[in-house]
Ligand binder design. Structure first.
Ligand SMILES: [Zn+2]
Length: 440
């Protein structure tokens, strides 16, 4: 040990929380299209998630977390880089990946000696081109990027992950991108009818396909005869997909435990966005910034950190700085998020806001109120999330101070992140996804 390292050692020990070892590995679990409010730990009345709930009881649970967008692109980009969604719009050929020059978590960790592995079931978060992401662009920084499970269920992701659950000389960063709750809602047979009852007449409802509703709403096709019972059935199938994932999640945790990785790993449980079931006249995702689309689960299991619930507002942008803080890695990258460590350990936080971008919509929320602005139509709405979590009543006329505060913050965020051309770039991005068939 060098003299310098020896001198630094006592301070390093002092800075550790309750003598816990510094976390060594990161296991990052991203569940595509998972609404927070469909999990028991976030108050759902149905038993969709006993294993996630048990994990949450031993983790730091953020009950007021939001994603930066309601679409995989650019929400996943923001989550993996701590850069606002606008940084990913307007790339040459409308590419959807993480452009060179914006370091991702994988790149930073690899530079610091990590073994970096991804297993992704997403057709967007890819190393190689796919129909939905012809330019790929998510592979940089990963030594291995498994793509065999695209559009496949959690047992495939777990199976691919199992080969990498080994302790090695180098610390491990393992990114697992699950897709189960994403439409079409087709849970494996053993999970069918856990919640869904009866046999709907319409074949597309039985198959858990929400696209005929999208074709009606967005493509001028006739109403497919949607009834309240049809919609309920689709929601039931969505819940069954979550219940299926939850069982596989327990298997993943058991495998992590068996490999000895759990004790010194930070485990992240996050989602890139939610899903809409006509709460606000829309279906699926990539449409709005209502909480059905952007309120997401966020659980962090950190060696040495007590289990607790954090109710202050946080956003997916905060995940990367938090991980690096706990790993003791200083990165020069200009993050937009902040480390949540002061909030986790001392309940200390600046009054941070949560920002969102989807097409021409922008939002800012302080966790109590949410302002949503349409930059094209000029429409502005303000919702009181505490009194009206379903965001059904616009309180803009009544809550003038909250409006003025959020409006000022939102305008500053747009100017900082996007400048003048922001709306045009956002619209081009949505056009691209639509032309590829990812959204209707
Ligand atoms: Zn997604």
């Amino acid at each position: 040990m060098s003299r310098k390292a020896f001198l630094l050692l006592p301070f390093a020990l002092l800075s550790c929380h309750r003598d816990a070892p510094r976390p060594r590995n990161v296991i990052f679990i991203l569940v595509d299209t998972l609404r927070a409010d469909r999990l028991g730990t976030y108050g759902y009345r149905r038993d969709t998630s006993p294993n996630v709930d048990a994990f949450a009881r031993e983790a730091v649970r953020f009950e007021n977390a939001r994603s930066q967008s309601s679409c995989t692109f650019p929400s996943a980009n923001s989550l993996l880089t701590s850069r606002g969604p606008a940084a990913f719009l307007g790339q040459p050929d409308q590419a959807m990946g993480i452009p060179p020059g914006i370091p991702s978590l994988a790149e930073i960790l690899r530079r610091h000696g990590f073994r970096t592995v991804a297993v992704s079931a997403s057709a967007v978060v890819r190393k190689t081109p796919s129909r939905f992401n012809p330019s790929a662009g998510f592979g940089r920084g990963f030594e291995e990027f498994e793509e065999d499970c695209v559009w496949k269920s959690a047992d495939c992701v777990n199976r691919e992950a199992a080969a990498h659950l080994k302790r090695g000389k180098r610390p491990l960063f393992l990114y697992l991108h699950y897709i189960d709750p994403h439409g079409p809602y087709r849970p494996p047979p053993a999970w069918r009818h856990k919640f869904a009852r009866g046999r709907p007449e319409k074949e597309w409802v039985r198959r858990g396909d929400p696209n005929p509703i999208g074709n009606w709403l967005y493509k001028g096709q006739p109403n497919p005869g949607l009834t309240p019972a049809d919609l309920r059935y689709l929601k039931d199938l969505y819940d069954e997909e979550i219940a299926y994932f939850d069982a596989r999640f327990a298997e993943l945790l058991a495998a992590l435990r068996g490999s000895g990785l759990l004790d010194d790993s930070i485990v992240v449980f996050a989602a890139d966005h939610g899903e809409e079931f006509l709460e606000h006249g829309h279906i699926k995702h990539c449409r709005t910034l209502f909480d059905s689309s952007i309120r997401v689960p966020l659980l962090l299991k950190i060696p040495g950190a007590d289990a607790r619930t954090v109710s202050r507002p946080v956003q997916n942008l905060d995940i990367v700085p938090t991980l690096l803080d706990y790993l003791g890695i200083q990165a020069a990258a200009p993050f937009e998020g902040r480390s949540l460590r002061p909030l986790i350990e001392r309940d200390a936080s600046a009054n941070e806001l949560q920002y969102g971008l989807q097409d021409s919509l922008r939002s800012a929320s302080d966790g109590r109120f949410k302002l949503i602005q349409d930059l094209v139509s000029g429409a502005v709405s303000l919702f009181d999330l505490a009194a009206d979590p379903g965001e059904t009543k616009d309180v803009l006329r009544r809550e003038r101070r909250a409006y003025a505060r959020l409006r000022g913050s939102l305008t500053a965020w747009i100017a900082r992140d996007e400048g003048e051309s922001g709306v045009r770039k956002a619209q081009e991005a949505e056009e691209k996804l639509r032309s590829l068939g990812y959204i209707e």
